[in-house]
Design a protein around this ligand. Structure first.
Ligand code: AGP
Length: 592
């Protein structure tokens, strides 16, 4: 879970450009940062800490040379320290490497290299790479060949960028099971873990596949197979503007991304004709199985209710990390739907590879060209644009939109396709309530425990509300199916415990109100999310976030999650936490 970037520039110093690029990758890891640039020899500056802190201390922008590599780290092997920060170098400091991924056999390789006299300075798996390359260069290989030979020794996943003072004006990138893209500008060439990193410099991108190598030089970009054969790759034009990857005037990415939700849903609805076409190619399935992690899992839970109610196909929802224990019942009549913002989550990819052997697979993914999109049989993109905040917000509602569209297209109900178009307006209505939500956040910011409850379509919303709270406020939050309260959790409800109740109009409304009475009787403070016109609910709640429109529970997962995201966001800020960078969490979990 790290971010890498590299560049060769025509007429600018590389360091300030690289620093800007890694800043846009900081969501991939932020426990340390480092740069290596090359003029006559390689210079490395790196340390533990967030980019801003390390920049102040080391003046990272003040480094010579028009080419370089950079890294933001999320520690997996070795503590966050200066020594473990990337770039890593060989014994003679003539080769520098940045890496995202995990080298499984690094201990054996390190022992062998140590016996051959190599001196290691860090505890990382990555450091074996520059030493392996050094070994092969000492034996007569050039940088390209030495990098190729080194990757043959390595077991695991990697996206790496390599440079050497012996071959100035060349940077090599290689990918296997970790994302890596190539940016092609006017005389300026880049490689990076993802597109937002390089967007201010170019919107022309080549997606590398596993076991492909890219060679950047002053003269351009060459992509090769690992046997050295040159391959012709398509250049994609990215329609994301650099602004889309910046905060755009908001204090935090998360807030910006919540405000972008109506637009994200609208853009995703534009995928309807693609989805229709895809559905026409489907055989008759007799089982659907959703697989995902975290927030994407909560979107999948809504999928189960939708597919069972609209199409009547038995539908399961499985956590990706649990999938291997339940994959036995798959066959070619099963459609396994993988939901992932990043398309790179290790647990999800592992499950996808298992499912690919037995069933038809579909990935609903936000990141273009990510691994899941290349490995699944079918792909639907959530058109949310880049999401930088660690907590998923706009991608969740875009995932939900895709799931609704898919179920509706499979069911063929044209009326529902018309109704979904109203959702962005419902969401805007929720965003307009932000000041009121902020007041509620201030009121409850010091609570120790929160409960979130809802029934049917509102149960996943309650789960997602609790996850957001935990992630960015560090307050203990539990999401429950409202009917489950009396089977245990009610014992924890006492005076002033905040209970957020998700209670849209619909079939389950009255029974959920019964649960509101239960918690009220035990002294809870009820924060209700429901309809403005729901006077009974109002009379039983300490606070209410009310929608002007009567949004039936069937559609409620989309707009009703917005107030819960805003509530957690404002509580996080009120508690002095940076909601974009919650502790212990990373945006993309590329390890099992
Ligand atoms: C959500 O706020 C979290 N960042 C996390 O639960 C996330 O949804 C999960 O790790 C899955 O990621 P993915 O959608 O990229 O696969």
């Amino acid at each position: 879970m790290c971010g890498i970037v590299a560049c060769i520039l025509k007429d600018k110093q590389a360091a300030p450009v690289l620093l800007g690029c890694v800043k846009r990758l900081e969501y991939r890891g932020y426990d340390s940062v480092g740069l290596a640039t090359s003029s006559s020899k390689i210079k490395v500056k790196k340390d533990k800490g967030k980019i801003g802190e390390v920049q102040k201390k080391l003046e990272l922008t003040d480094m010579p040379g028009k080419m370089g590599i950079a890294h933001v780290r999320w520690a997996t092997h070795g503590l966050p320290t200066r020594e473990n920060a990337h770039p890593h170098t060989d014994c003679k400091n003539r080769i520098a490497v940045v890496h995202n991924g995990i080298i499984e056999n690094y201990k054996e390789l390190r022992d062998e290299l140590r016996e051959e006299g190599h001196v290691f300075r860090s505890e990382t798996d990555t450091e074996i790479i520059p030493h392996l390359i050094e070994k092969y260069m000492d034996n007569g290989s050039d940088l390209e060949e030495a990098t190729r030979l080194a990757t043959q020794d390595i077991r695991g996943s990697y996206a790496v960028a390599v440079m050497s003072s012996d071959e100035p004006n060349k940077i090599i990138g290689v990918r296997k099971e970790s994302p890596l893209i190539v940016g092609v500008g006017e005389g300026n060439y880049f490689i990076a873990s993802d597109v937002p990193a390089i967007l201010p410099h170019t919107n022309q991108v080549i997606y590398l596949n596993d076991n492909e190598m890219v060679i950047l030089s002053k003269d351009g970009v060459t992509v090769k197979n690992m046997d050295g054969t040159v391959i012709t790759k398509k250049i994609d034009l990215i329609d994301w503007t650099p602004d889309m990857a910046e905060k755009g005037g908001y204090n935090h990415f998360m807030l910006k991304e919540i405000h972008e939700e109506p637009d994200a849903v609208k853009k995703t609805i534009m995928e309807t004709s693609q989805i229709k076409k895809m559905v026409e190619t489907f055989p008759k399935f007799n089982r659907i199985c959703f697989v995902a992690c975290g927030t994407s899992y909560h979107a999948s839970m809504v999928g189960k209710y939708l597919f069972e109610s609209l199409i009547g196909i038995p539908t399961d929802v499985v956590l990706a990390s649990e999938f291997e224990f339940s994959a036995g019942a798959l066959d070619e009549k099963t459609l396994v739907i993988f939901i992932s913002q990043s398309g790179e989550t290790a647990d999800t990819l592992k499950a996808l590879r298992t499912a690919n052997k037995k069933a038809e697979t579909l990935a609903i993914v936000n990141v273009l060209g990510s691994t899941a999109t290349r490995e699944a049989d079918h792909v639907i993109y959530t058109r949310a644009g880049p999401e930088i905040g660690v907590a998923a917000t706009k991608t969740y509602v875009s995932q939900l939109t895709c799931i609704y569209l898919l179920a509706i297209c499979m069911n063929g109900n044209k009326k529902l396709l018309k109704e979904i178009e109203k959702i962005p307006d419902y969401m805007r209505n929720a965003i307009e309530k932000e000041d009121h939500i902020k007041e509620i956040a201030e009121k409850y910011k010091d609570a120790d425990d929160f409960f979130f409850i809802g029934r049917g379509f509102s149960y996943p919303t309650a789960m997602e509300g609790a996850l957001k709270l935990k992630e960015i406020t560090y307050i203990h939050g539990e999401g429950y199916a409202a009917g489950e309260l009396k089977h245990g959790p009610l014992a924890l409800i006492e005076d002033d415990v905040p209970v957020v109740v998700v209670v849209p109009p619909g079939e389950s409304h009255d029974r959920t109100l019964g649960n509101v009475q239960e918690v009220n009787a035990r002294g809870a403070s009820v924060i209700a999310v429901g309809s403005c016109k729901d006077n009974t609910l109002k009379s039983q709640s300490s606070d209410i976030i009310g929608f002007e429109d009567e949004i039936n529970e069937f559609w409620s997962p989309l707009p009703y999650v917005v107030p819960l995201q805003l509530l957690s966001y404002h509580m996080s800020v009120a508690r002095g936490i940076d909601p974009d960078k919650p502790k212990n969490l990373a945006k993309c979990v590329t390890v099992e």
